[in-house]
Design a protein around this ligand. Structure first.
Ligand SMILES: [Zn+2]
Ligand SMILES: [Zn+2]
Length: 387
């Protein structure tokens, strides 16, 4: 098989990446970003474009010379983060407090680069779908796209692939893993309700402060006992708030929020139940009412061995360094909703050993990765649709 050549319009792709960076939008509000993508892709003459998928999502379909055949989907994310940028370059974010600090601007430009390759080097059979998904950072977007009736009816893929740039790994290195690639996680919101009173008469109220402290200590004990879980399982309290800032008031309500995380779904289920028991027992002992809700639920991203094999072959054919990650990554990724339903693989692409970490204020996607990602995706698609 002849190897694909790099997109011929790299300057335009780089410009696209930098303008996406300059105008970042938060999860679920990626309206201008989606418009920018749709208008950019027109140059590559896609067979069909879907908009408004699961909110702001965009899917561009590129038919092969014969449109019958497998459907291969590649995904990028539209959203940025509520993190203020500290970089000072010509394309610094113009949105106060918002920045592309996960490199989704680069992932989008890679997918546009794949569109460029599909336009200039049309595949033989089947279809390639470029999916630009909203709201990855909140875990809501992939699920919302799947709920859109058009997805299952008109787009239904046979394979799904996505990549994430990985700071700390050598530039262009492909990082694979069979089975679990990224952890499952969920946010837990606990509310405790007692009764407020004058701060001078605490005996007439019911202050949830001590119960909150006990819950925090019990959570610490719960997660320290590693013997009850099969694999890595974590609980991190991320927020706690008692009453209002009012020195005259004995507070009557409190909130605790935590992130629960594990590699295995069964461990997360067990942790959720144990954490709920801690809250219920503590609230009961203190005579408090309580509420528990789970938010931002991400399933584990579990890779299909055949799809991982296709990524590996493509990486090696292009002469890239390909390594297998020994353990899954601790962060979560909502692409797990797609790999749960369709055979697929999520993999890492090294973005440099000295690159600032994801979600750090000084992160910026390295443009050198644009052709690598686009050509790698194209090679994967070609191995399925040109054979
Ligand atoms: Zn992120
Ligand atoms: Zn990300």
């Amino acid at each position: 098989m002849t190897l694909p050549v790099s997109p011929t319009d790299l300057p335009a792709l780089k410009q696209l990446r930098q303008s996406l960076h300059q105008y970042p939008e938060l999860s679920g509000a990626e309206f201008k970003t989606a418009e920018r993508i749709v208008s950019y892709l027109q140059a590559y003459n896609p067979s069909k474009v879907y908009t408004g998928l699961g909110g702001t999502g965009v899917a561009a379909v590129f038919d092969g010379k014969v449109s019958e055949g497998p459907v291969v989907l590649f995904r990028a994310e539209l959203d940025a983060l509520p993190i203020a940028e500290t970089n000072t370059f010509s394309y610094t974010s113009v949105q106060d407090g918002t920045g592309h600090k996960c490199g989704h601007d680069g992932h989008m430009a890679i997918l546009a680069g794949l569109g460029s390759l599909l336009h200039t080097q049309q595949l033989q059979t089947g279809k390639v779908i470029l999916l630009f998904q909203p709201a990855e950072e909140t875990g809501a977007g992939a699920w919302a796209v799947l709920q859109d009736a058009r997805f299952e009816k008109e787009l239904r893929p046979d394979y799904v692939f996505a990549l994430h740039n990985l700071p700390g790994f050598p530039l262009h290195q492909v990082v694979l893993r069979k089975g679990v690639f990224a952890a499952a996680s969920t946010g837990m919101v606990i509310t405790l309700t007692g009764k407020s009173s004058h701060a001078a008469e605490p005996e007439n109220g019911l202050n949830p402060g001590l119960a909150m402290a006990e819950i925090l200590l019990s959570f610490d004990k719960l997660i320290a006992d590693k013997t009850q879980f099969e694999d890595l399982t974590l609980l991190t309290v991320i927020h706690a708030r008692l009453g209002e800032v009012a020195f005259g008031t004995n507070p009557g309500h409190g909130t605790v929020m935590a992130t629960l995380r594990s590699y295995l779904p069964a461990d997360l289920q067990k942790l959720k139940i144990r954490a709920e028991q801690v809250v219920a027992q503590t609230a009961l002992r203190h005579g408090l009412q309580f509420g528990i809700t789970f938010v931002e639920e991400f399933p584990a991203t579990v890779n299909h061995p055949e799809a991982v094999g296709l990524v590996q072959e493509a990486g090696l054919a292009l002469g890239l360094s390909v390594i297998e990650a020994e353990t899954p990554f601790r962060w979560s990724e909502d692409f797990g909703h797609l790999t749960h339903r369709y055979p697929g693989a999520f993999f890492g692409l090294g973005s440099g050993v000295s690159q600032p970490q994801l979600h750090h204020a000084d992160f910026d996607f390295p443009d050198e990765l644009l052709p690598t990602g686009a050509v790698l995706f194209y090679q994967i698609a070609a191995s399925i649709l040109n054979s």
